[in-house]
Design a protein around this ligand. Sequence first.
Ligand SMILES: [Zn+2]
Length: 278
Amino acid sequence: MEPFQLSQHSSVPRFSLLPWEQEFPRLRAGISARDSESIQDPNHCNYAMHIGNDPTKVLDNRKMLMESLGIPLPFWTCGEQVHGTQIQEVTTEERGRGLYGASSAIPATDGLITMADDVLLTSFYADCVPLLFYSPDTGWMGVAHAGWRGTVGGIGPNMVKAFHDRGADRQKLRIAIAPSIGSCCYEVDEHVTIPMLQALPDADGAVLQATGDGKFRLDLKEANRQILLHSGVLEEHIMVSKWCTSCHPTHFHSHRRDQGHTGRMVAYIGRRKDESIG
Ligand SMILES: [Zn+2]
């Protein structure tokens, strides 16, 4: 079953990570979506301040999403994404970083982890792979931004290590790979395949498929899944979304499809202190 389901009752389009929200009722995890209005107006359902759109409009979008999630706006927390592999631990002290402007985001950080309740970890996407993490035995949770650079740089294993360093059992760690570009729409050349094969020497045809002229279709979700399996996470604990962001303009922004003229979705994870709220 597809783990990310379009929320039918939300005033704002979003896909919820239903299996986790059902198993852990205080958890909120998923990725925002967009609707057909976004095809005309990329500012519609854009959640990233660094895109250069009107910041007031972005803040309004964030407010509406948080209201639909039943989470207070000041809990929103984000990092400055640089396609790197740095991970930052977030406490309630850092809560609100990046909410009102990109300049206050946690600098140069593509992975966020927390075990605090009432913090919403967020990061932004338009094709790159969102990795969501939850450690039921310790309560630590996280989100990581894995484009091809972060993927080959090892942000996935870095996150697993960050959880393990904080007492989480790798064999109990849950990971969800959220909607992102599919191999159907992601053709790359040796600029990407060479580092990919260095990071994942046993990459099989499910990861890279030759299309001729030195080009390959890359399944970046599958590459992350295989790299995460090598880092000790159990296969049955990794869920992968089938949604391709490029194939579905009514649901998702896509940088590649729209040649950069697009907004950003936000992937999020957080846990409410009191499940009766919201
Ligand atoms: Zn596609």
